[in-house]
Write a protein that binds this ligand. Structure first.
Ligand code: 5GP
Length: 113
């Protein structure tokens, strides 16, 4: 499957659709989920054009992979969920019920997850 440049997160990355930004650096953008499932529900996405974890693991650079996971840790610190604990999740493909075909890590916290 080819990357779809018209997916909603690609549009957010291009600034065509607004988001409630939590964190940004050279590698990632993190923003609040539009339909939060927990008091803290942040989506952390790479800036590169990657569909899912499979695509990212196979094709991303070491710096991009490190950048994504460092950002997840920073977002956890920034949102105050590190002490009490939190959950990260990435849905992949049809059976994973992935809705948006741009890799995203869900970070859930602020309540029992
Ligand atoms: P998935 O099922 O693909 O893992 O999750 C997609 C997530 O993206 C859902 O939790 C959904 O609420 C969120 N989402 C979908 N469209 C938008 C949007 O336009 N803005 C934001 N901030 N989140 C979105």
């Amino acid at each position: 499957m080819a990357y779809d440049d018209e997916n909603i997160f690609a549009k957010i990355l291009r600034g065509e659709i607004p988001c409630d930004k939590v964190f940004e650096d050279d590698y990632v953008l993190a923003f609040n989920d539009i339909s939060p499932q927990r008091p803290v529900h942040v989506l952390v996405i790479p800036k590169g054009r990657y569909i899912d974890v499979d695509d990212f693991a196979a094709n991303a650079s070491d710096a991009e992979i490190a950048g994504l996971f460092r950002a997840v840790g920073q977002v956890a610190q920034m949102t105050g969920v590190s002490d009490d604990g939190y959950r990260i999740l990435s849905n992949i493909g049809a059976r994973g019920h992935q809705e948006v075909p741009h890799l995203h890590i869900h970070l859930f916290g602020g309540a029992d997850t």
